[in-house]
Write a protein that binds this ligand. Sequence first.
Ligand code: AMP
Length: 413
Amino acid sequence: MHNLNLKSLVPLDKINVDNKTVVVRVDFNVPLKDGKITDTARIDAARKTIDYLLDHNCKIILLSHLSRIKTADDIKSGKKTLLPVCNYLKTIYGENNVFFATDWLSPVINTFIKKEMKHKQIVLFENTRYQDFDLIKNQLTKKESKCDEALAKQWANLGDIFVNDAFATIHRKHASNYGIIKHSKKWCIGFLIKHELENILKFNANAQKPIVSIVGGVKISDKVILLNRLMSMSDYVLVGGGMSFLFLKALGHDIGKSLFESEMLQTAKDILAKYKDKIILPVDVLAADKFTDIKGKKIKVGKSFNNLMGLDIGPKTTKMFTKIIKTAKTIFWNGPTGVFEFKHFQKSSKKIVRAICYATKHNGFSLIGGGDTAFAATSFCDKSKFSFVSTGGGATLAIIQGSDLPGLNFFNK
Ligand code: AMP
């Protein structure tokens, strides 16, 4: 676990922000379809910080990224603009109180903020990652993503105080969440980051036992550190989803056409050798001849897969997993145990969600981390039935596996 000390981080309500101009790094990386926001959760999650600053008569400058910018077309097409977010903010805070700034390096903006903008008003700047591509030179410059000093300084100079409330990017070393701190006179964390940290840090080696981790999803290659961490702190690690086939293959079983990362075989063998008493692997699966939503065929692990691919764990495995989950006092879940997007392969994920809710109701603590997992969890059960569903995928995993968190480094020094 991270040796992050929550007490060393200054929260927003511990500094004087009255009447100040405050630059807030938020995470408005919302899903968009045809220019419309399909889920406003990330904006809503930042409202506590925004509302607090409005109550304290601040001028608020909001910075956020949206997706990644790699080409000129990413900018020119308008597909990654924060304008829909600005329009949503206007519906909350009033048409005349929210402004959208597209040219954030022009001195006009500074003059506007200092002289024309009123207190209790908000300026949302266009996607910070637009700074990753220079349209004039037609080249990728990565000024935001590679933490350009001059850019960070310009952003810091927009206000008197910097508040980092972009939880989902705390593991990134970018100009708008890391570089900016160095050039800000005062800084603190916002309420979303505080709330996320308070909850995620409850999942630690000293948490109430039995500690049960459930992992799944597709790739293991980017989760090796996480897996080792979970293995060392949990009483049981239930492995489902695509990644379970790597372990089954490592044990010498036939896995047919199931997904597996061949270059990770040795890693899987090492993990199995070290933690064989804690790892619980599938004993049966539901398989199909291709990656489609059709009725699955039940296959016992150890028997031939007949060249099929496993798309969900089977009923016996689901029973075994849910039985263990129901006895847990602390639960962490990252990675669906099957292709939950398909009706025929979502049974196990649904039952696992229900078992987690049961354990939570019986005084267990449950933490759900990861974009897909959070989506699966909240599609099958109301969010309130879990102890905590994190808004950050990579950030949550980074905390649990003890990685560096640049977005908090300055606070934590
Ligand atoms: P991750 O981002 O690594 O957590 O992966 C999540 C994705 O894993 C989801 O979209 C699931 O559909 C997918 N998934 C789960 N189990 C399997 C499986 N057996 N084969 C292929 N994909 C799977």
